[in-house]
Design a protein around this ligand. Structure first.
Ligand SMILES: *Cc1c(COP(=O)(O)O)cnc(C)c1O
Length: 358
Protein backbone atom coordinates (compact mmCIF):
# COMPACT_ATOMS: atom_id res chain seq x y z
CA UNK A 1 0.00 0.00 0.00
CA UNK A 2 1.38 3.45 -0.84
CA UNK A 3 1.30 6.29 1.65
CA UNK A 4 -0.97 8.13 -0.79
CA UNK A 5 -4.05 5.91 -0.61
CA UNK A 6 -7.01 7.68 0.97
CA UNK A 7 -7.48 6.59 4.56
CA UNK A 8 -11.05 5.52 3.95
CA UNK A 9 -9.86 2.75 1.61
CA UNK A 10 -7.02 1.41 3.73
CA UNK A 11 -9.16 -1.29 5.37
CA UNK A 12 -10.97 -2.33 2.18
CA UNK A 13 -10.93 -6.10 1.54
CA UNK A 14 -11.37 -6.66 -2.21
CA UNK A 15 -13.38 -9.45 -3.80
CA UNK A 16 -11.39 -12.61 -4.63
CA UNK A 17 -12.32 -13.96 -8.08
CA UNK A 18 -12.22 -17.68 -8.83
CA UNK A 19 -9.03 -18.92 -10.40
CA UNK A 20 -8.52 -18.32 -14.14
CA UNK A 21 -5.58 -20.62 -14.93
CA UNK A 22 -3.33 -19.59 -17.81
CA UNK A 23 -2.81 -23.16 -19.06
CA UNK A 24 -5.70 -24.92 -20.75
CA UNK A 25 -5.10 -28.24 -18.99
CA UNK A 26 -7.97 -27.96 -16.51
CA UNK A 27 -11.61 -28.82 -16.88
CA UNK A 28 -12.90 -25.58 -15.44
CA UNK A 29 -15.88 -26.06 -13.12
CA UNK A 30 -15.02 -23.24 -10.72
CA UNK A 31 -16.52 -19.94 -11.90
CA UNK A 32 -19.97 -20.82 -13.30
CA UNK A 33 -19.10 -19.89 -16.87
CA UNK A 34 -20.96 -21.45 -19.78
CA UNK A 35 -19.33 -24.40 -21.56
CA UNK A 36 -20.98 -23.35 -24.84
CA UNK A 37 -19.65 -20.75 -27.30
CA UNK A 38 -21.49 -17.41 -27.43
CA UNK A 39 -24.07 -16.80 -30.14
CA UNK A 40 -21.59 -14.52 -31.94
CA UNK A 41 -19.83 -17.63 -33.20
CA UNK A 42 -22.85 -18.14 -35.43
CA UNK A 43 -22.49 -14.82 -37.26
CA UNK A 44 -18.84 -13.93 -37.00
CA UNK A 45 -18.77 -11.76 -40.14
CA UNK A 46 -21.06 -9.15 -38.48
CA UNK A 47 -18.15 -8.18 -36.31
CA UNK A 48 -16.03 -6.94 -39.21
CA UNK A 49 -18.41 -3.96 -39.31
CA UNK A 50 -17.96 -3.29 -35.63
CA UNK A 51 -14.17 -3.50 -36.00
CA UNK A 52 -14.26 -0.92 -38.81
CA UNK A 53 -16.05 1.51 -36.50
CA UNK A 54 -13.81 1.07 -33.46
CA UNK A 55 -12.36 4.59 -33.91
CA UNK A 56 -15.76 5.91 -32.79
CA UNK A 57 -17.11 5.89 -29.24
CA UNK A 58 -19.77 3.30 -28.56
CA UNK A 59 -23.40 4.38 -28.17
CA UNK A 60 -23.57 5.70 -24.57
CA UNK A 61 -27.30 4.89 -24.47
CA UNK A 62 -26.83 1.35 -25.82
CA UNK A 63 -30.02 1.78 -27.87
CA UNK A 64 -29.64 -1.43 -29.87
CA UNK A 65 -29.19 -3.58 -26.79
CA UNK A 66 -31.96 -1.89 -24.81
CA UNK A 67 -34.31 -2.46 -27.75
CA UNK A 68 -33.40 -6.15 -27.93
CA UNK A 69 -33.81 -6.67 -24.16
CA UNK A 70 -37.06 -4.67 -24.10
CA UNK A 71 -38.44 -6.87 -26.83
CA UNK A 72 -37.30 -10.12 -25.19
CA UNK A 73 -38.62 -9.33 -21.68
CA UNK A 74 -41.64 -7.21 -22.70
CA UNK A 75 -40.48 -4.12 -20.82
CA UNK A 76 -39.78 -0.54 -21.98
CA UNK A 77 -36.29 0.67 -22.94
CA UNK A 78 -36.46 3.31 -20.18
CA UNK A 79 -36.90 0.50 -17.65
CA UNK A 80 -33.46 -0.93 -18.57
CA UNK A 81 -29.97 0.01 -17.37
CA UNK A 82 -26.92 -1.57 -19.04
CA UNK A 83 -23.80 -2.19 -16.98
CA UNK A 84 -20.25 -3.40 -17.61
CA UNK A 85 -21.16 -6.79 -16.15
CA UNK A 86 -23.96 -7.07 -13.62
CA UNK A 87 -21.25 -6.25 -11.08
CA UNK A 88 -21.34 -2.67 -12.34
CA UNK A 89 -25.16 -2.61 -12.10
CA UNK A 90 -24.81 -3.79 -8.50
CA UNK A 91 -22.12 -1.23 -7.75
CA UNK A 92 -24.26 1.69 -8.99
CA UNK A 93 -27.28 0.31 -7.13
CA UNK A 94 -25.37 0.22 -3.84
CA UNK A 95 -24.12 3.74 -4.56
CA UNK A 96 -27.62 5.00 -5.41
CA UNK A 97 -30.05 3.27 -3.04
CA UNK A 98 -28.32 1.98 0.10
CA UNK A 99 -27.65 5.10 2.19
CA UNK A 100 -29.62 3.66 5.13
CA UNK A 101 -27.74 0.36 4.95
CA UNK A 102 -28.29 -2.86 3.07
CA UNK A 103 -29.41 -6.30 4.25
CA UNK A 104 -28.30 -9.58 2.71
CA UNK A 105 -27.63 -13.19 3.80
CA UNK A 106 -24.41 -14.36 5.43
CA UNK A 107 -23.89 -16.88 2.64
CA UNK A 108 -24.26 -15.15 -0.71
CA UNK A 109 -22.36 -13.42 -3.49
CA UNK A 110 -19.12 -12.03 -2.00
CA UNK A 111 -19.31 -8.71 -3.80
CA UNK A 112 -22.27 -7.41 -1.74
CA UNK A 113 -20.07 -6.92 1.32
CA UNK A 114 -17.31 -5.30 -0.75
CA UNK A 115 -19.74 -2.87 -2.41
CA UNK A 116 -21.25 -1.99 0.96
CA UNK A 117 -17.78 -1.30 2.36
CA UNK A 118 -16.49 0.80 -0.54
CA UNK A 119 -19.65 2.92 -0.38
CA UNK A 120 -19.39 3.22 3.43
CA UNK A 121 -22.83 1.65 3.69
CA UNK A 122 -23.76 -0.43 6.75
CA UNK A 123 -24.05 -4.12 5.88
CA UNK A 124 -26.80 -5.84 7.87
CA UNK A 125 -25.84 -9.50 7.45
CA UNK A 126 -28.61 -12.01 8.15
CA UNK A 127 -27.79 -15.72 8.63
CA UNK A 128 -29.47 -18.24 6.40
CA UNK A 129 -31.39 -20.97 8.22
CA UNK A 130 -29.51 -24.21 9.00
CA UNK A 131 -30.77 -25.71 5.75
CA UNK A 132 -29.39 -22.67 3.86
CA UNK A 133 -32.83 -21.30 2.98
CA UNK A 134 -33.67 -17.59 3.37
CA UNK A 135 -36.26 -16.75 6.04
CA UNK A 136 -38.17 -13.93 4.32
CA UNK A 137 -39.65 -12.86 7.66
CA UNK A 138 -36.11 -11.82 8.73
CA UNK A 139 -36.23 -9.11 6.06
CA UNK A 140 -39.34 -7.26 7.25
CA UNK A 141 -39.05 -3.61 8.26
CA UNK A 142 -35.28 -3.55 8.67
CA UNK A 143 -35.15 0.02 7.39
CA UNK A 144 -32.45 -0.87 4.87
CA UNK A 145 -32.28 -1.71 1.21
CA UNK A 146 -32.21 -5.46 0.51
CA UNK A 147 -30.17 -7.47 -1.96
CA UNK A 148 -30.97 -11.13 -2.57
CA UNK A 149 -29.35 -13.39 -5.15
CA UNK A 150 -32.15 -15.55 -6.54
CA UNK A 151 -31.26 -18.38 -7.00
CA UNK A 152 -28.75 -17.73 -4.24
CA UNK A 153 -25.04 -18.39 -4.69
CA UNK A 154 -23.30 -20.61 -3.75
CA UNK A 155 -26.32 -22.71 -2.68
CA UNK A 156 -28.56 -22.54 -5.77
CA UNK A 157 -31.62 -22.36 -3.49
CA UNK A 158 -34.42 -20.15 -4.80
CA UNK A 159 -37.22 -18.01 -3.36
CA UNK A 160 -40.63 -18.31 -5.00
CA UNK A 161 -42.42 -15.34 -6.49
CA UNK A 162 -44.83 -15.04 -3.55
CA UNK A 163 -41.86 -14.65 -1.20
CA UNK A 164 -40.38 -11.96 -3.46
CA UNK A 165 -43.74 -10.17 -3.37
CA UNK A 166 -43.65 -10.31 0.42
CA UNK A 167 -40.17 -8.72 0.47
CA UNK A 168 -41.44 -5.93 -1.78
CA UNK A 169 -44.66 -5.33 0.19
CA UNK A 170 -42.93 -5.35 3.58
CA UNK A 171 -40.30 -2.82 2.47
CA UNK A 172 -42.23 -0.29 0.36
CA UNK A 173 -39.85 2.57 1.18
CA UNK A 174 -36.66 0.70 0.38
CA UNK A 175 -35.24 -0.70 -2.84
CA UNK A 176 -35.23 -4.49 -3.07
CA UNK A 177 -32.55 -5.72 -5.46
CA UNK A 178 -33.05 -9.23 -6.85
CA UNK A 179 -29.82 -10.47 -8.43
CA UNK A 180 -30.93 -13.03 -11.01
CA UNK A 181 -27.50 -14.07 -12.33
CA UNK A 182 -28.71 -17.71 -12.41
CA UNK A 183 -32.44 -17.35 -13.05
CA UNK A 184 -32.25 -18.83 -16.57
CA UNK A 185 -31.42 -22.23 -15.04
CA UNK A 186 -34.56 -22.14 -12.88
CA UNK A 187 -38.02 -23.21 -14.10
CA UNK A 188 -39.44 -20.84 -16.72
CA UNK A 189 -41.51 -18.01 -15.25
CA UNK A 190 -39.36 -17.71 -12.09
CA UNK A 191 -37.97 -14.25 -12.88
CA UNK A 192 -39.22 -11.25 -10.91
CA UNK A 193 -39.09 -9.10 -14.07
CA UNK A 194 -42.84 -9.48 -14.51
CA UNK A 195 -43.36 -7.74 -11.12
CA UNK A 196 -41.55 -4.57 -12.23
CA UNK A 197 -44.78 -2.89 -13.38
CA UNK A 198 -46.38 -3.50 -9.97
CA UNK A 199 -43.62 -2.42 -7.57
CA UNK A 200 -41.70 0.84 -7.82
CA UNK A 201 -39.09 -0.46 -5.34
CA UNK A 202 -38.02 -3.54 -7.33
CA UNK A 203 -34.74 -3.71 -9.23
CA UNK A 204 -33.97 -6.97 -11.03
CA UNK A 205 -30.37 -7.51 -12.13
CA UNK A 206 -29.30 -10.08 -14.73
CA UNK A 207 -26.09 -10.89 -16.58
CA UNK A 208 -24.81 -12.14 -19.93
CA UNK A 209 -21.95 -13.93 -18.15
CA UNK A 210 -23.60 -17.24 -17.34
CA UNK A 211 -26.57 -18.37 -19.41
CA UNK A 212 -25.57 -16.29 -22.46
CA UNK A 213 -21.92 -17.41 -22.60
CA UNK A 214 -20.45 -13.88 -22.54
CA UNK A 215 -18.48 -13.65 -19.28
CA UNK A 216 -15.59 -12.13 -21.25
CA UNK A 217 -17.72 -9.39 -22.82
CA UNK A 218 -18.74 -7.89 -19.44
CA UNK A 219 -22.40 -7.05 -19.96
CA UNK A 220 -25.21 -7.01 -17.40
CA UNK A 221 -28.48 -5.13 -16.98
CA UNK A 222 -30.92 -3.90 -14.39
CA UNK A 223 -34.65 -3.79 -15.03
CA UNK A 224 -36.89 -1.66 -12.84
CA UNK A 225 -39.23 1.26 -12.60
CA UNK A 226 -38.21 4.10 -14.98
CA UNK A 227 -37.45 6.44 -12.05
CA UNK A 228 -34.98 3.96 -10.52
CA UNK A 229 -33.31 3.52 -13.91
CA UNK A 230 -33.04 7.29 -14.33
CA UNK A 231 -31.21 7.45 -10.97
CA UNK A 232 -28.73 4.78 -12.06
CA UNK A 233 -28.17 6.60 -15.38
CA UNK A 234 -27.46 9.83 -13.50
CA UNK A 235 -24.60 8.07 -11.70
CA UNK A 236 -23.32 6.27 -14.79
CA UNK A 237 -23.21 9.52 -16.79
CA UNK A 238 -21.25 11.02 -13.87
CA UNK A 239 -18.62 8.27 -13.95
CA UNK A 240 -18.28 6.55 -17.34
CA UNK A 241 -21.00 7.01 -19.99
CA UNK A 242 -19.18 4.76 -22.50
CA UNK A 243 -19.19 1.79 -20.17
CA UNK A 244 -19.89 -0.92 -22.79
CA UNK A 245 -17.50 -1.46 -25.71
CA UNK A 246 -18.83 -1.63 -29.28
CA UNK A 247 -17.80 -5.29 -29.50
CA UNK A 248 -19.60 -6.20 -26.30
CA UNK A 249 -22.74 -4.36 -27.36
CA UNK A 250 -22.81 -6.22 -30.68
CA UNK A 251 -22.15 -9.58 -29.02
CA UNK A 252 -24.88 -8.99 -26.44
CA UNK A 253 -27.47 -8.00 -29.09
CA UNK A 254 -26.59 -11.17 -30.98
CA UNK A 255 -27.02 -13.25 -27.82
CA UNK A 256 -30.50 -11.85 -27.11
CA UNK A 257 -31.68 -12.22 -30.69
CA UNK A 258 -30.62 -15.90 -30.83
CA UNK A 259 -33.36 -16.87 -28.38
CA UNK A 260 -33.58 -20.45 -29.51
CA UNK A 261 -29.85 -21.12 -29.08
CA UNK A 262 -30.04 -19.53 -25.62
CA UNK A 263 -33.00 -21.69 -24.54
CA UNK A 264 -31.38 -24.85 -25.86
CA UNK A 265 -28.17 -24.14 -23.91
CA UNK A 266 -30.14 -23.52 -20.69
CA UNK A 267 -32.01 -26.79 -21.25
CA UNK A 268 -28.74 -28.69 -21.67
CA UNK A 269 -27.26 -27.20 -18.49
CA UNK A 270 -30.32 -28.26 -16.50
CA UNK A 271 -30.08 -31.75 -17.96
CA UNK A 272 -26.35 -31.98 -17.15
CA UNK A 273 -27.09 -30.65 -13.65
CA UNK A 274 -29.61 -33.43 -13.02
CA UNK A 275 -27.17 -36.04 -14.32
CA UNK A 276 -24.37 -34.72 -12.08
CA UNK A 277 -26.65 -34.48 -9.06
CA UNK A 278 -27.86 -38.08 -9.41
CA UNK A 279 -24.34 -39.38 -9.89
CA UNK A 280 -23.02 -37.47 -6.86
CA UNK A 281 -25.84 -38.89 -4.74
CA UNK A 282 -24.92 -42.36 -6.01
CA UNK A 283 -21.35 -41.73 -4.81
CA UNK A 284 -22.62 -40.85 -1.34
CA UNK A 285 -22.66 -37.05 -1.59
CA UNK A 286 -25.20 -34.79 0.00
CA UNK A 287 -26.24 -32.32 -2.72
CA UNK A 288 -28.15 -29.09 -2.15
CA UNK A 289 -31.17 -28.79 -4.43
CA UNK A 290 -29.95 -26.20 -6.94
CA UNK A 291 -31.77 -24.11 -9.52
CA UNK A 292 -28.49 -22.62 -10.80
CA UNK A 293 -25.66 -23.82 -13.08
CA UNK A 294 -23.73 -25.24 -10.13
CA UNK A 295 -24.14 -27.75 -7.33
CA UNK A 296 -22.98 -27.45 -3.73
CA UNK A 297 -22.04 -30.90 -2.46
CA UNK A 298 -20.29 -32.60 0.45
CA UNK A 299 -19.62 -36.12 1.69
CA UNK A 300 -18.47 -37.69 4.95
CA UNK A 301 -15.97 -39.69 2.92
CA UNK A 302 -13.59 -36.80 2.23
CA UNK A 303 -13.18 -33.25 3.54
CA UNK A 304 -14.05 -30.29 1.35
CA UNK A 305 -10.43 -29.15 1.01
CA UNK A 306 -9.12 -32.66 0.28
CA UNK A 307 -11.73 -33.26 -2.40
CA UNK A 308 -10.89 -29.90 -3.99
CA UNK A 309 -7.17 -30.73 -4.02
CA UNK A 310 -7.60 -34.28 -5.33
CA UNK A 311 -9.80 -33.01 -8.15
CA UNK A 312 -7.20 -30.40 -8.97
CA UNK A 313 -4.51 -33.10 -9.21
CA UNK A 314 -6.86 -34.82 -11.64
CA UNK A 315 -7.07 -31.71 -13.82
CA UNK A 316 -10.47 -30.54 -12.59
CA UNK A 317 -11.04 -27.17 -10.95
CA UNK A 318 -14.01 -26.63 -8.65
CA UNK A 319 -14.58 -23.90 -6.05
CA UNK A 320 -13.95 -24.38 -2.35
CA UNK A 321 -14.89 -21.62 0.12
CA UNK A 322 -13.17 -20.94 3.44
CA UNK A 323 -16.40 -19.81 5.14
CA UNK A 324 -16.95 -22.22 8.05
CA UNK A 325 -20.59 -22.89 7.25
CA UNK A 326 -19.68 -24.36 3.87
CA UNK A 327 -16.07 -25.47 4.35
CA UNK A 328 -17.14 -29.14 4.02
CA UNK A 329 -18.62 -28.44 0.59
CA UNK A 330 -17.40 -27.74 -2.91
CA UNK A 331 -19.26 -25.78 -5.54
CA UNK A 332 -19.20 -27.54 -8.88
CA UNK A 333 -20.14 -25.51 -11.97
CA UNK A 334 -22.14 -27.40 -14.57
CA UNK A 335 -20.28 -27.79 -17.86
CA UNK A 336 -20.82 -29.91 -20.97
CA UNK A 337 -21.93 -33.53 -20.55
CA UNK A 338 -18.39 -34.61 -21.45
CA UNK A 339 -16.94 -32.39 -18.69
CA UNK A 340 -19.44 -33.69 -16.14
CA UNK A 341 -18.71 -37.32 -17.01
CA UNK A 342 -14.98 -36.65 -16.57
CA UNK A 343 -15.74 -34.99 -13.23
CA UNK A 344 -17.83 -37.94 -12.03
CA UNK A 345 -15.16 -40.44 -13.13
CA UNK A 346 -12.53 -38.50 -11.15
CA UNK A 347 -14.83 -38.16 -8.13
CA UNK A 348 -15.53 -41.89 -8.19
CA UNK A 349 -11.79 -42.73 -8.29
CA UNK A 350 -11.07 -40.32 -5.44
CA UNK A 351 -13.86 -41.71 -3.24
CA UNK A 352 -12.94 -45.33 -4.01
CA UNK A 353 -9.30 -44.80 -3.05
CA UNK A 354 -10.49 -43.18 0.20
CA UNK A 355 -12.64 -46.20 1.00
CA UNK A 356 -9.77 -48.58 0.10
CA UNK A 357 -7.43 -46.70 2.46
CA UNK A 358 -9.75 -47.19 5.44
C1 LIG B 1 -21.54 -14.13 -11.55
C2 LIG B 1 -22.41 -13.29 -10.67
C3 LIG B 1 -22.55 -11.93 -10.87
C4 LIG B 1 -21.62 -11.14 -11.76
O1 LIG B 1 -21.80 -11.24 -13.04
P1 LIG B 1 -21.07 -10.30 -14.09
O2 LIG B 1 -22.20 -9.91 -14.95
O3 LIG B 1 -20.08 -11.18 -14.75
O4 LIG B 1 -20.46 -9.12 -13.42
C5 LIG B 1 -23.46 -11.24 -10.11
N1 LIG B 1 -24.17 -11.85 -9.15
C6 LIG B 1 -24.02 -13.14 -8.88
C7 LIG B 1 -24.82 -13.76 -7.81
C8 LIG B 1 -23.12 -13.90 -9.63
O5 LIG B 1 -22.92 -15.18 -9.33
Amino acid sequence: MSKFLNNKYKGLIPYVPGEQPKEKRYIKLNTNESPFPPAIALKYEDFADVADNMRLYPDPEAHSLKAAIADFYKVKPNEIFIGNGSDECLYYSFMAFCEAGVSFPDLTYGFYKVYADINAVKADIIPLRDDFTIAVSDYEDRGTAIVIANPNAPTGIMLGKEEIRKLLCKNPDKVVIIDEAYIDFAPEGSSAIDLVGEYDNLLVIQTFSKSRSLAGARVGYAIGNAALIEDLERLRFSVNPYNISSFSLAAAVEAVENAEYFRENCRKIKENREYTRNELIRLGFEVIDSHANFLLAKTERISGVDFYEKLRENGILVRHFENKRIADYNRISIGSMEDMKAFIRAAERIIESRIAAL
